[in-house]
Write a protein that binds this ligand. Structure first.
Ligand code: FAD
Length: 398
């Protein structure tokens, strides 16, 4: 392989290029990204960026990195087609770039739920730097906001806006917050945290219509808001892969080596649907950990050291004073144990399936999180009585 082309200049794409160089790959590397900005981190967009209303970007690597590592960065232009037979990609500006190996790292875009009158051009969203800049430019005028979606991003923004005295309404279709990722026990604690901050939670409710500044919810409530933020999850960017005839479902289907149905094409990050022993069957993850570790996995394979992708999933979300960290995947849990007292603001929930530890959710308890990562990655479980006993130092179990 002498030429690797990477589609997508996000976390996974840039990490893949960097990992290839770190592993000693001597060939040509091109990154093609439709976002015009120097590749940046997304997590701060809903955290530090909004807090300080900064207008500088949060680069993944400094500008000099790309030249120093001979990485060709082609920004502000999309790949329109993948021509697999010819081994090349066609860009929106007509350029044609050949590849020996192609890495698809196209990420995901925000999902817009079917709400009558919801115009994607008139509401706020938070995926790109441009989205965050628009949001910060409107912060000073913001008095009341409706946030559609009670997931990580919606709640991070809710907590920050409450610090600025904005009246915040979170509308969540599920009957609990962050239901896709958290145990019911932790969801309930976060509902308390947000209610205590003064956020209005509308759970088990959907936004039915948006009419100018009026948002009507399914149970009849009407809210007059100056802004609507849509934070209702994402859809993976799979279209160019599907058009090229690659296997696609809710993500681009890859095997344990992160290869698509074409041995010359890998898919990594938010767009990849991969087999995982940590979840059930094939899963798609939206996290920095997954993007970075998948990028490294592909880079290792491309320099001749293939190994299946097997990293333990972990996540974080900072919501006001509550720093949530999650190790493992809690789906399918049938038992949960609380460690510590939520009233102290420092506690963890240990999730079990059939008596085995599968995930640990920690709030302001970095030590629990680090122990959990090591236990789970090592395939170890701990007894539920031990997990709940604060007098036992978990580090002593490692
Ligand atoms: P992306 O970073 O989305 O990059 C994909 C890039 O490919 C995009 O720039 C896209 O425009 C581009 N692209 C798509 N199609 C094409 C094409 N045809 N041609 C060229 N370019 C294309 N994760 C955490 O673990 N912790 C957090 O706290 C956290 N907070 C977040 C906060 C926000 C506001 C957001 C939006 C995400 C957050 N995430 C967080 C998720 C994390 O940022 C993503 O999982 C990660 O960015 C995924 O990397 P990726 O490279 O797969 O996708």
């Amino acid at each position: 392989i002498s030429r690797v082309v990477i589609i997508g200049s996000g976390q996974a794409g840039v990490e893949c290029a960097a990992a290839l160089r770190a592993q000693g790959f001597p060939g040509a590397i091109s990154i093609i990204g439709d976002d015009p900005h120097l590749p940046y981190q997304r997590p701060p967009l809903s955290k530090e960026f909004l807090k300080s209303a900064a207008d500088s970007s949060l680069p993944l690597k400094g500008e000099a990195f790309y030249a120093a590592n001979n990485i060709d960065l082609c920004l502000g232009v999309a790949v329109h087609f993948i021509e697999r037979d010819a081994g090349r990609v066609i860009l929106g500006n007509g350029d044609v770039i050949p590849y020996d190996h192609l890495v698809i790292a196209t990420g995901a875009r925000n999902r817009f739920p079917p709400v009558v009158g919801l115009d994607p051009d008139k509401v706020l969203e938070l995926r790109t730097l441009a989205d965050a800049q628009e949001m910060t430019s409107r912060l000073d005028q913001l008095r009341t906001i409706v946030i559609i979606g009670g997931g990580f991003i919606g709640l991070e923004v809710a907590a920050l806006l409450r610090q600025r005295q904005v009246d915040v309404h979170v509308v969540e279709a599920a009957d609990r917050l962050m239901s896709r990722v958290l145990t019911p026990m932790m969801s309930a604690e976060f509902a308390n945290i947000h209610r205590e901050q003064g956020t209005h939670l509308h759970l088990g409710v959907v936004a039915k219509s948006v009419d100018g500044s009026r948002v009507t919810l399914s149970q009849g409530t009407t809210i007059n808001a100056d802004a609507v933020l849509v934070a209702a999850g994402v859809v993976p960017n799979v279209e160019i892969a599907a058009e090229a005839g690659l296997a696609v479902q809710n993500g681009i289907v890859v095997d344990e080596l992160l290869l698509t149905s074409d041995p010359n094409i890998s898919a990594i990050g938010d767009c990849s649907l991969h087999p995982s022993r940590w979840g059930s069957g094939i899963i798609r993850l939206e996290s920095v950990q997954n993007a970075v570790d998948q990028a490294k996995c592909v880079a290792r394979r491309l320099v001749g050291n293939p190994a299946p992708y097997d990293s333990l999933p972990w996540f974080w979300s900072y919501q006001g004073e509550a720093k949530l960290q999650i190790a493992g995947l809690g789906q399918g849990m049938d038992d949960a144990v609380l460690r510590g007292d939520p009233a102290t603001g420092k506690f963890s929930v240990f999730a079990y399936r059939e008596g085995r530890l599968i995930a640990v959710e920690s709030v302001n308890s970095a030590a629990d999180h680090m122990v959990a990562r090591r236990l789970l990655a090592g395939g170890r479980s701990i007894d539920r009585d031990v997990a709940g006993d604060l007098s036992i130092d978990l580090k002593s179990l490692l």
